[in-house]
Design a protein around this ligand. Structure first.
Ligand code: SF4
Length: 90
């Protein structure tokens, strides 16, 4: 699969515009370029942190954030946006 910076930028803009968090970014996943470039992302809901100090992930460990009742709608919006652009999954 070829790396497509334009699609990676589009995914980054979509996610930051909707204030959504992903395992991909928070975990500094080495596959981010390939996945974002193909329209794939793994959301983290209820904040950017993990409440577990798991040593297998690089996701920051912290207390949970207050529940954002609008977050599910933003996740749905991001998913619809991805689907409309022909992404595989989000
Ligand atoms: S979707 Fe891709 S970039 Fe995101 S966490 Fe999974 S492998 Fe990594």
């Amino acid at each position: 699969m070829t790396y497509d910076q334009k699609k990676v930028d589009q995914m980054n803009q979509l996610l930051s515009g909707l204030k959504l968090n992903t395992v991909c970014a928070e975990d500094n996943c080495p596959n981010l370029g390939e996945c974002f470039g193909s329209g794939t992302a793994s959301f983290i809901i209820l904040g950017p942190n993990s409440i577990r100090a798991c040593r297998f992930y690089d996701i920051p460990h912290d207390h949970p954030r207050p529940v954002d009742l609008m977050e599910p709608y933003r996740v749905a919006e991001a998913t619809n946006d991805c689907k409309s652009r022909g992404c595989y999954r989000c």
